[in-house]
Design a protein around this ligand. Structure first.
Ligand SMILES: C[S@@+](CC[C@H](N)C(=O)[O-])C[C@H]1O[C@@H](n2cnc3c(N)ncnc32)[C@H](O)[C@@H]1O
Length: 412
């Protein structure tokens, strides 16, 4: 079965159109895109041109479109996929969400995209597709060609280490001829009998294989083309396509120093290039089964670099961790506070110690104060200490996806 026939049979993600209201998740969250691609400076004066490359049933693209519409970010979106069945569901989803007038749908392979002034994009959503294409460099290069400058691409690609256990099982199913669309029940029965020594049974990240839907099961085990990547491989592929990753998300999971306790080892990690530090973190974490990252065109310098001297930045606070943030630190100056954050359905924690000044900064950031307003409100503080506090608090919370920065007008 080829990949198009597979996704005609099992449109992905296999969820109801009603789920269109799902919250956008990084990398397909405008706050993350604006921060890590445009340094928070997307002006909103013209429409953000979005390409959803391999949109599938449009869950992520509709969530992003809904978010853009709700936040007054003008946009146009082109959704392409090789599966007509998936596009039909995506169309229905966009209509149900009242977004159809801004979104075009086209059945086409990504490889057919040509550089064209009429068709260049400020943001390309490319989630869950790299894993299934035949010629990875060709597909990424095609996307690099239609990416505007400045512009960025959000990628979700499978993580090789975290998916330990899947590929030997896929191989075994193929050997047994369990590749057809109606092989799901037989494959399920086989997996139920796997010995405890099998790596699939020993990988807690994949333990849900007994409860997932047929479409999800087929996507995971019967997919005719599926591969996973290390961070180093992804960075290499990006480089060859003229792209440069700016952040793997959430950054804390790709920060080797957060794992290395000893100062000497942390110094050695710090001496590595940024890409090698991400790779090191992946090797140490061992559990990353999906890599979400944002990349820009090579040669743009670092368009995602935040200028902490700019007084116009405000924080966009995200998620339950974000809302509970300031409250969690009340009266806890210089004490270690454990902050929970969600990643890929799992709750993780980060320990953080903030000074009294940093807690004041955090409170102001949570009230949507701009950097300029914070400096004015805390004018009595030592300026260098205040600047350091702003940068540290923003960096720590951005690391868990609880805070993004944007140059935005004051809230009404
Ligand atoms: C796992 S789904 C991901 C869907 C969506 N991007 C998401 O994140 O939910 C992969 C999709 O990529 C599409 N696809 C695979 N190879 C493609 C190609 N070369 N050009 C366009 N679409 C492709 C498949 O038809 C399928 O709908």
């Amino acid at each position: 079965m080829d990949i198009r026939a597979f996704y005609e049979a099992f449109p992905y993600p296999p969820r109801d159109i009603e789920a269109a209201a799902a919250a956008p998740a990084p990398p397909s969250d405008f706050a993350a895109i604006n921060h890590h691609v445009f340094a928070g400076r997307w002006s909103r004066e013209r429409a953000l041109r979005v390409l959803s490359a391999g949109c599938g049933t449009g869950l992520a693209s509709t969530a992003l479109a809904s978010q853009l519409a709700a936040n007054g970010v003008p946009f146009t979106m082109l959704c392409i996929d090789v599966s007509e069945g998936s596009l039909d569901i995506a169309r229905g989803r966009a209509e149900a969400a009242g977004l159809a007038e801004w979104i075009d749908f086209r059945r086409a392979p990504i490889e057919s995209l040509e550089q064209d002034a009429e068709e260049s994009f400020d943001y390309i959503d490319f989630t869950g597709v790299l894993n299934h294409v035949e010629d990875h460099p060709r597909v990424l290069s095609a996307l690099g060609r239609v990416l505007a400058r400045p512009g960025g691409i959000g990628v979700m690609a499978y993580g090789a280490l975290g998916r330990t256990g899947i590929y030997p099982v896929q191989d075994a199913l193929r050997q047994l001829g369990l590749t057809a669309m109606d092989s799901v029940p037989e494959a399920r029965r086989l997996l139920a009998r796997l010995p405890e020594t099998n790596w699939l049974r020993r990988n807690p990240l994949l333990a849900d294989f007994t409860t997932i839907s047929d479409a999800e099961f087929a996507d995971r085990f019967l997919n005719p083309r599926d591969r996973a990547f290390t961070v180093r491989e992804l960075c290499g592929l990006c480089g060859d396509a003229g792209l440069s990753p700016t952040a793997f998300l959430p950054p804390i999971l790709y920060d080797a120093k957060a794992i290395l306790g000893e100062a000497g080892l942390r110094d050695r990690a710090e001496a590595l290039s940024r890409e090698e530090q991400w790779h090191l973190a992946e090797q140490l974490q061992g559990s990353l089964h999906k890599h979400n990252f944002l990349a820009v065109k090579l040669g743009d310098g670092d368009p995602a670099k935040i200028d902490f001297g700019d007084p116009n930045y405000r924080a966009v606070i995200r998620g339950a961790a974000g809302r509970a943030l300031a409250a969690g630190f009340a009266d806890k100056a210089d004490a270690r506070v454990s902050i929970a954050f969600e990643h890929d359905g799992q709750t993780k924690t980060m320990a953080l110690r903030l000074s009294g000044l940093e807690i004041e900064v955090l409170e102001k950031l949570c009230e949507s104060a701009s950097f300029g307003e914070i400096r004015e409100a805390l004018a009595g503080e030592d300026r260098a200490a205040l600047d350091a506090a702003i940068e540290r608090v923003c960096g720590a919370l951005n690391a868990i996806g609880a805070l993004y920065l944007e140059v935005a007008p004051p809230p009404r």
